[in-house]
Design a protein around this ligand. Structure first.
Ligand code: PMP
Length: 322
């Protein structure tokens, strides 16, 4: 779907997957006006297909567009585009359990020019790819690198938007994590380099027995849809769940005195991943016994059961496509 200043949204098309051709002065290549989303379509027990909370992705896409000076796609158009792609061939959606069809809606500037200002032309596209189970061999805890040298996002910046530049800013830290033998980066706040924000592509949760805390939306971390869903599911299951501030010292201290029993990360791709160990330039420690925790696995099952249709959709989160 195209957008042009003065004309609005026009020319929706469903076309075979093919390369895009871009002018070398395409504004996106220079000034990075690009936003995206990620969501999954799951096969349901009756053979039908459903996406998980697509209106939440559509709303976040609008919020990202506002921050990036881009036009806001109506929620119903976003959902209709995703539906059109999935229903084009429902056989694309794999048939069992945690397998899914991953959808990647995105938008970028198509105007040609070197002036630094919001563009006057954009293209909204949705592509899709089948995704296998994230942990085919069983759930495996990740090791994380606390990034104290680099920050991903700062107050007043674009951290709460799903825009390419945030990921570009994270790549050297991700490479550093790999050099340190870690799977993922944990980002800290930009001002004090003390408060836990999120992981490279997932939000974090800290479990203290029956009490569960996730970092509050500081304005520089992504408001994850999995994160928001787990606030509800954890409360449904009787946990005392809250949003708050957790520092690196709280993490280390809670781990040392045994009050912090589990840490996990959550996002569309992995759903829930246990965090097994932590490393920074100054310290390293194992999270509890380093194995997937009971609360982590219980929440993981509760959410996946809703997504795959194994449990009733009591919150009306599943968007059925027949
Ligand atoms: N934080 C970042 C930086 C992400 O890229 C993602 C993935 N979209 C998340 C958190 C988790 O968000 P969601 O649960 O909506 O997938």
């Amino acid at each position: 779907i195209k957008w042009t200043e003065g004309r609005g949204w026009h020319d929706a098309q469903l076309v075979p997957y093919a390369p895009l051709s871009l002018d070398p002065a395409n504004m996106t290549l220079h000034y990075a006006q690009t936003i995206f989303e990620g969501l999954k379509a799951y096969r349901q027990p009756d053979g039908g297909v459903a996406t998980f909370r697509p209106e939440q992705n559509a709303e976040r896409f609008r919020a990202s567009a506002r921050r990036m000076g881009m036009p806001e796609l109506p929620v119903e158009t976003f959902i209709a585009a995703c539906d059109a792609l999935v229903t084009q061939d429902k056989a694309w959606v794999p048939g069992s359990g945690e397998e899914s069809l991953y959808l990647r809606p995105f938008m970028f500037a198509t105007e040609v020019g070197l002036g630094v200002r919001p563009a006057n032309e954009y293209l909204f596209v949705v592509i899709a790819s089948p995704a296998g189970a994230y942990f085919p061999g069983g759930v495996k805890p990740v090791s994380v690198w606390l990034s104290e040298e680099y920050v991903r996002a700062a107050p007043g910046g674009t951290g709460a938007a799903k825009t390419g530049g945030n990921y570009a800013a994270s790549l050297v830290a991700q490479a550093q994590a790999a050099e340190q033998g870690c799977d993922q980066v944990v980002w800290l706040d930009a001002i004090e380099r003390r408060w836990i924000e999120e992981m490279g592509g997932m939000n974090l949760y800290f479990v203290y027995g029956n009490r569960i805390v996730t970092p509050e939306l500081s304005g520089s971390l992504l408001p994850g849809i999995t994160r928001a869903s787990l606030l509800r599911i954890a409360a449904d299951l009787g946990y005392e769940v809250s949003e708050g501030r957790i520092s690196v010292d709280d993490w280390r201290q809670g781990n040392a005195d045994g009050s912090l029993t589990e840490v996990f990360a959550c996002g569309t791709a992995a759903v829930i991943t246990p965090v097994g160990s932590v490393k920074s330039a100054r310290a390293s420690w194992t999270v509890a016994d380093g194995r997937p925790g009971e609360v982590t696995m219980k929440l993981r099952k509760a959410l996946l059961d809703i997504q795959t249709g194994a449990a009733p959709d009591t919150h009306g989160w599943m968007h059925r496509l027949g």
